[in-house]
Design a binder for this molecule. Structure first.
Ligand SMILES: CC(C)[C@H](C(=O)O)[C@@H](O)C(=O)O
Ligand code: SF4
Length: 472
């Protein structure tokens, strides 16, 4: 019989502990990740009820959101973060959870360190009290961001109660052009379909353009699934994925690895799988893409212009656009290229992996950051930082005038006391450009690491694919 199951169906079915009826199921959770904002209250709620973790070996913690990224930082460099870090550290120790502490290999943004350590593997269910948990779908895990009560429930039972989501498949055909990345594709997809397109859905990304991506790029693509409104994103694991996990510290080894690969090879959508919605995107003509507004869907190709209120009939929409342009300090209809910037942030769980740092370093090599720009690189994890330093990327960035920082979320969300001042403009490799996201009044343009690096050098937004030396 021809298979009719999607990749998601296979993972869902494999994890059902009990069918609860009406599409609801109790799922086994294979990995539960905790960070310094959502982790301490979840652990405390278990401790305060006199309960124990059901399976502490499947729970892992890392401080990332509220820790300072200042070189030489310690726990209390940002005092509020020090308190959260202390709570996470103490509760983890008391309850048998492995925490990767500051300065240890493993510490980092929770969605970067999971796959990087092989804690997150293809076919596993993964949860974390964080919306970008969807990132892990890039390696073929079924990963959900959860709320605090679900997190507590999972700590106590190692299960999650969930209604089966609908399924959207986005097939990406063609080949990405030079200077065009998974980030550009993600912004393009969100711009094209909108931030509500994925509501209630799991989005499977597939097709030749996805198959051609490095594992890190697939993580970037799935990272932005939540900005499409989706419950999560997922990509079928393939030979590249299997090779990626060959040397990861928590991945199986030897015969167990071979057995794992045998199973991982069954994780794809069958030919006759049925989706609630299917879309196709030809990536061949994509250009570097950047946001101009305060929602990730407000994205244009870098050679484009910001929209003009005159072109909008609906009054409420027109007023919203006027307000957005005012917040962003942009003129209606202006080209985005040439817009002067003040900050560049290369980091976040969207784009802080080794391939991202390499791409940015390639643009920066031998050049200088514009005198008017403050430029930071915040590696996604301690392991990424060390790998980058071993390749000399830190020296390339520092010679150009970038600040080379310690791993964490930093000014992606400005929860660690680091922020972009009001009315200052950043090109950021992160995933959210909401009002006040990088600090009250801060103006954020989301883009790829290469685009951010090129903007840092030029001092204005530029089309990285038009900077000839870069492309040679
Ligand atoms: C603070 C945290 C819970 C939040 C999230 O859930 O995503 C953050 O990581 C973000 O990116 O906005
Ligand atoms: S890097 Fe940004 S998006 Fe990712 S988990 Fe941290 S705050 Fe959230």
């Amino acid at each position: 019989m021809m298979g009719t199951k999607s990749l998601f169906d296979k993972l869902w079915d494999a994890h059902i502990v009990r069918d609860l009826g009406d599409g609801w199921a109790l799922l086994h959770i294979d990995r539960h990740l905790l960070h310094d904002l959502s982790g301490p209250p979840a652990l405390a709620s278990i401790a305060n009820r006199g309960m124990q973790l059901h399976h502490p070996d499947l729970v892992f913690a890392t401080p990332d959101h509220a820790v300072s990224s200042r070189p030489g930082r310690i726990s209390t460099t940002f005092p509020l973060g020090g308190k959260l870090h202390g709570d996470l550290s103490r509760l983890s120790a008391e309850m048998g959870v492995r925490m990767f502490d500051l300065g240890q290999p493993g510490q980092g943004i929770v969605h970067v360190m999971g796959p990087e350590l092989g804690i997150v593997l293809p076919g596993l269910t993964v949860i974390c009290g964080d919306s970008h948990t969807c990132t892990n779908g890039g390696i073929g895990a079924l990963a959900f961001g959860v709320g605090s009560s679900e997190s507590t429930h999972a700590l106590a039972t190692q299960t999650l109660r969930m209604q089966k989501p609908r399924q959207l498949r986005i097939r990406c055909t063609g080949r990405l052009g030079r200077g065009v990345t998974a980030k550009d594709l993600a912004l393009h997809i969100i711009g094209k379909y909108g931030t509500a397109a994925g509501v209630g859905c799991v989005v499977e990304f597939c097709g030749p353009a996805v198959e051609a991506m490095a594992v890190e790029e697939r993580l970037t693509l799935c990272n932005l699934a939540v900005e499409l409104g989706a419950r999560t994103g997922i990509i079928a694991p393939d030979d590249r994925t299997f090779a990626y996990f060959r040397d990861k510290p928590y991945a199986p080894t030897g015969e167990l690895f071979n057995q794992a690969v045998d199973y991982w090879q069954t994780l794809f959508s069958d030919d006759h799988a049925v989706f609630d919605r299917e879309e196709q995107v030809d990536v061949s003509d994509l250009r570097p893409t950047i946001t101009w507004g305060t929602s990730p869907e407000q994205a244009i190709t870098v050679d484009g212009c910001v929209p003009s209120p005159c072109d909008i009939e609906d009054e409420a929409e027109r007023n919203a656009l006027v307000a957005t342009l005012e917040y962003m300090g942009l003129e209606a209809g202006q080209p985005i290229v040439g817009t002067p910037i003040d900050w560049v942030f290369i980091g976040s769980c969207a784009n802080s992996r080794i391939t991202d740092l390499r791409a940015a370093a390639e643009v920066v090599r031998g050049k200088k950051v514009s005198a008017s720009v403050t430029a930071w690189v915040v590696p996604g994890s301690e392991n990424t930082k060390r790998a980058a330093e071993a390749e000399g990327l830190d020296r390339i960035f520092q010679a150009a005038g970038f600040v080379w920082r310690e791993p964490g979320c930093s000014i992606c969300v400005a929860a660690n006391g680091e922020q972009i001042p009001a009315r200052e403009r950043s090109v950021s490799t992160s995933n959210r450009n909401f009002v006040g996201r990088q600090g009250p009044g801060a103006r954020t343009h989301l883009a790829s690491p290469a685009m951010a690096a090129a903007a840092a050098i030029a001092g204005v937004i530029v089309d990285v694919s038009a900077v000839s030396e870069v492309m040679s």
